[in-house]
Design a protein around this ligand. Structure first.
Ligand code: GDP
Ligand code: MN
Length: 350
């Protein structure tokens, strides 16, 4: 039985021509990227694609952040980016502050670095890369405190190498804003267990200590799946995400982040920002605040999502599924779309 909902699954389809929405005021949003100088070759085609599919029309500003253990972006890097995006684009280049990119003082550095070697030996993905641990910690909570983001209300996270295969003809920031929503995703799947052995236990302890009552979304990632109980490891993939910054800057979110950070799991294990994000939304926000951009066509590495029915997207040129373009929604890859459809109040009608 389908439950009707006031939140439509996607905007009313207005055709692929520029819609009236583009004449409306823009949201206070920015495109956010944390990258390395060396990412440039993968970054440029992604920016050209993103501009072609969305931003040449909507003209949102960009914020590029580098890590403080690398030199600031070179003039060549900046000029190459300016060349890849629409003329006159507002480009801001900044750095993550030093204190947000190091093993925190409450942990023993030598012990932690020995732990990275152990993680690498145990096959924990990226477990041996210190920078990756910092990146996950940064995106889990510290990013929302970055000075370049303070003037913005929304961010859309982008990564070198990703592709969009349909045009986005409406403004997804405003789409979320008009529905009073907090967060949007395209891909949801299960995480590797060996990156987060103690995450769920730590979260449950925090829930108890803080006296919190999880929202209706809790069931999304705690129902049994493939024999997994407790945290079933369903999460929104954060390499694409659109988020409402006031939520991520809010006291409840930052307090949860700080508690998790204090426990050390970003370093003693290899907690990703994606499970943290998802669990936080399930604890503090709820299903109605999260939107599945099912009409977007998106690929990260070899995982791809394309709208099930062609008329959902605009001018799509999704490649055929093959070994480099794996259908993430196919069940063998651990997609959590079935769980999401089941749990969300959105009306799913074929
Ligand atoms: P994956 O998507 O989890 O496989 O990881 P990626 O290698 O794509 O990294 C995710 C994002 O963080 C990308 O935008 C990277 O450029 C960025 N990133 C990862 N590690 C580092 C790092 O050590 N320094 C900087 N500056 N960025 C990083
Ligand atoms: Mn990536």
């Amino acid at each position: 039985v389908l439950t009707p909902s006031p939140i439509p699954r996607r905007p009313a389809f207005e055709g692929c021509a520029p819609t009236s929405i583009e004449l409306a005021p823009r949201a206070n949003g920015a495109i956010l990227l944390l990258v390395r100088e060396g990412d440039l070759p993968a970054l440029l085609p992604t920016l050209r694609n993103f501009e072609h599919r969305f931003n040449a029309r909507f003209k949102y500003p960009y914020v590029f952040l580098s890590a403080p253990d690398e030199p600031p972006f070179s003039p060549h890097f900046r000029a190459s980016i300016a060349d890849a995006v629409h003329p006159g684009a507002l480009l801001e280049f900044g750095q993550v502050p030093e204190e947000h990119w190091r093993i925190p003082e409450w942990l023993d550095e030598d012990e932690i670095r020995a732990g990275f070697l152990r993680q690498a030996g145990e096959g924990v993905q990226y477990g041996g890369r210190e920078g990756y641990h910092h990146m996950c910690r940064f995106y889990s909570g510290l990013f929302a405190r970055h000075e370049l983001l303070q003037k913005y209300e929304w961010y859309w996270r982008l990564e070198p190498g990703v592709r969009f295969y349909c045009s986005v003809t409406y403004d997804p920031f405003r789409f979320l804003a008009q529905r009073n929503q907090t967060y949007g995703f395209v891909i949801t799947l299960i995480d590797d267990l060996n990156t987060i052995p103690s995450l769920y236990k730590t979260v449950k302890q925090y829930v108890q200590e803080a006296g919190l009552t999880p929202t209706d979304m809790w069931d999304f990632f705690t129902r049994d799946k493939n024999g997994a109980s407790g945290y079933n490891r369903c999460h929104f993939w954060t390499n694409f995400e659109i988020g409402h910054l006031p939520f991520f800057r809010s006291q409840p979110y930052q307090q949860l982040f700080t508690a998790l950070d204090r426990s050390g799991g970003f370093y003693t294990e290899r907690w990703g920002d994606a499970p943290i994000r998802t669990i936080a939304l399930g604890l503090l926000e709820g299903t109605d605040k999260v939107h599945y951009f099912e009409d977007f066509a998106y690929r990260h590495d070899w995982f791809m999502h394309c709208p099930e029915r062609k008329e959902m997207g605009c001018d799509c040129d999704c490649p055929a599924f093959d070994t480099d373009h794996v259908d993430i929604d196919g069940q063998s890859w651990g997609s959590c779309v079935p769980e999401w459809k089941d749990i969300s109040s959105v009306q799913w009608r074929e």
